[in-house]
Design a protein around this ligand. Structure first.
Ligand code: ATP
Ligand code: MG
Length: 335
């Protein structure tokens, strides 16, 4: 537990963030979602930036002064240590939550940021994969555990392990949408068909609402031809699902976890922190756009109009249709 919680007004550079994000987020939540949006950060490929994305995206949402919960669903516990929590087998963690011996509420930890909470992990979570193997409805454990908390948070971000195991399945069943970080490198698409097939199977049986939130390029060096080629290939494949925002390779992002802080607390002026703030903004704008395209009542239409007049930054994307990604078997794995 941290006693000196920070609000983002305490960080001068983040006042700007608040100004940019707060209005949109508030209006959106006011009318669209009675419950928080659950985003699973998943890619079974290791080391592509899932944890870095989960921590810094969640911190950026919290920067917009909305209550955000980060759930560490990975036995490696990198999200937990990256937020400055020591290894402690006694602390209630996601293993206890998923096994049903403690509630999600009991597992909640406050963090250095006033509006960011964490459900930590511990390496004993690895055992859950085996211990749940014969349990009925084993894929619904995280979804059911988080249900009582959903109306307390605007965003719930789940950091997944680098495997399509029962923990990742649980996260995808609990999620409204999956955010896929991909490294901008040769063979970036390798293995992605497996993830897309899994998402499709989950939609068909366990969670029909599961959407692909977006695909984000991480550790991206825009100066190289290779990176540009990979970006073009991914754009071709994922269409509008590929985020405009890319996350650069940035030393501050790599250093911040060893100081137990999100990058926007460790160094709010860094390119890395800035890129995740932009990513949060883009994800929120995508939600606002999706909402604007389907207003279903007069009052919603009125607020959609209000959103439209109060923020101009997303205007240029108004005409963009949310494209379905191609079938997994049609993709070019060489990107
Ligand atoms: P795993 O599959 O093991 O869970 P992951 O997908 O969660 O890994 P991270 O742990 O986020 O990946 O990142 C892998 C390594 O790369 C870490 O050392 C991290 O600090 C570093 N890293 C991630 N993103 C960046 C970046 N944009 N710039 C520099 N270093 C980065
Ligand atoms: Mg990780």
């Amino acid at each position: 537990m941290h006693s000196n919680s920070l609000t983002f007004t305490a960080i001068p550079d983040c006042v700007l963030v608040q100004g940019q994000l707060c209005c949109e987020v508030r209006l959106w939540f006011l009318l669209t979602l009675p419950m928080g949006r659950v985003i699973a950060v998943a890619n079974q490929k290791g080391g592509v930036g899932k944890t870095t994305t989960a921590i810094n995206l969640a911190a950026s949402f919290a920067a917009a002064e909305v209550n955000t919960l980060l759930v560490d669903c990975d036995p490696q516990s990198n999200t937990t240590s990256g937020l400055g929590f020591e290894k402690d087998p006694e602390r209630i963690n996601s293993y206890h939550m998923i096994m049903g011996v403690a509630s999600a509420e009991e597992a909640l930890q406050t963090t250095e940021l006033e509006q960011l909470w964490l459900i930590p992990s511990h390496k004993n979570l690895l055992g859950a994969n085996l211990e749940l193997v014969d349990v009925e409805a084993r894929e619904f454990r995280i979804r059911e555990a988080l249900a009582p908390l959903r109306d307390r948070f605007e965003f719930i971000v789940l950091d997944c392990p680098p495997a399509l195991d029962l923990l990742t399945l649980n996260a995808l069943v609990a999620a409204d949408a999956v955010l896929i970080p991909m490294q901008g490198e040769y063979f970036a698409l390798e293995g992605i068909s497996e993830l897309l097939d899994t998402i499709e199977r989950i939609r068909a049986s366990l969670n029909p609402e599961l959407a692909i939130e977006a695909v984000v390029l991480t550790m991206f060096d825009e100066r190289t031809n290779l990176a540009q080629q990979v970006k073009a290939e991914l754009k071709n494949f994922f269409g509008e699902k590929l985020c405009e925002t890319t996350v650069p390779r940035n030393i501050r992002l790599a250093e911040a976890p060893s100081h137990g802080k999100p990058a926007l607390v460790y160094d709010p002026r860094s390119k890395g922190a800035e890129s995740y703030i932009r990513l949060a903004k883009e994800i929120i704008e995508r939600q606002v756009l999706a909402f604007r395209q389907q207003p279903s009542s007069d009052s919603e239409r009125a607020v959609a109009q209000e959103i439209s007049t109060t923020e101009g930054t997303a205007e240029h994307r108004e005409d963009q249709a949310v494209e379905e990604i191609p079938a997994a078997d049609k993709m070019d794995k060489t990107a």
